[in-house]
Design a protein around this ligand. Structure first.
Ligand SMILES: C[S@@+](CC[C@H](N)C(=O)[O-])C[C@H]1O[C@@H](n2cnc3c(N)ncnc32)[C@H](O)[C@@H]1O
Length: 240
């Protein structure tokens, strides 16, 4: 079943997701760090560190949003990072951050859909995505297009929420995620649905081996998954 942010609307998931991120973009970074206690920053750092041995020179950051994963990837000293996203609101905050860092010559953000990427086959050394794949309208199609634009021998890193499995952390986390996070998210972002959509979409999304099955079907090989912080998030690694 497809989880939608605005259940009363007829618009497609993609249109609703773009609208939702446009709405919350002014508060997105603040809420991310507040609601995760800053741990999202450590997760992105860890994911990028895993790319170091591959030494990628060209990186595509899918669902780049306000650009945090792309900015973190600067640590790898690549020649070029391209970020794509369907939300112009998120991209405009990202462009401002990159301008302040003086990194416009390395990171370029552009509007683009992960399910129809505007790049030739085998273009990038690495394709990365943090907290994006859960929002795709068609997960398999998005992952397949990511594999298409990555060169043979390249590495793909996916960072995404997963579901903690063990007592008592699972119960504590579920309480926070379902009852506390949506209230804070709604008050700060002023969007009634976005932070209810977050736990609902995580609940419905395949994690661990279930995600790896779709990842492999999309064309990635030598796949691995690495749960983080009691399984709240997971890093998936794939090659082509
Ligand atoms: C939770 S944000 C993640 C942003 C960023 N990667 C981060 O780690 O903070 C998810 C982003 O995915 C984008 N998105 C959703 N579906 C997409 C698609 N089909 N193609 C490109 N971007 C998409 C949304 O617009 C949103 O900016």
């Amino acid at each position: 079943m497809t989880v939608l942010p605005y259940k009363e609307q007829d618009a497609s998931k993609k249109e609703q997701v773009a609208q939702m991120f446009d709405n919350i973009s002014p508060k997105y970074d603040f809420l991310n760090h507040l609601l995760s206690g800053g741990i999202d920053i450590l997760w992105r750092k860890k994911a990028i560190k895993l790319l170091r041995p591959a030494n990628p020179k060209t990186i595509l950051d899918i669902a780049t949003g306000t650009g945090d994963f792309a900015i973190e990837a600067l640590a790898l000293k690549p020649d070029k990072i391209v970020g794509v996203d369907i939300s112009e609101g998120m991209l405009s905050f990202g462009r401002e951050k990159i301008r302040k860092l003086g990194m416009e010559n390395v990171i370029e953000l552009q509007k683009g859909d992960s399910e129809r990427l505007p790049f030739q086959d085998n273009t990038f050394d690495a394709v990365i995505v943090s907290f994006g794949v859960r929002n795709f309208e068609n997960l398999e199609k998005g992952l397949t297009d990511m594999a298409r634009v990555m060169r043979v021998g390249g590495t793909c890193i996916v960072l995404e929420f997963s579901k903690p499995k063990h007592f008592p952390f699972k119960q504590l986390y579920n309480f926070y995620f379902k009852f506390i996070l949506p209230v804070i998210g709604k008050i700060v972002s002023k969007d009634n649905a976005a932070y209810t959509y977050l736990p609902e979409s995580v609940q419905a999304f395949p994690d661990g081996d279930d995600f790896l099955k779709v990842f492999q079907k999309a064309g990635f090989t030598q796949t691995q998954c690495l749960p983080l912080t009691f399984g709240i998030s997971t890093i998936y690694i794939g090659r082509k």
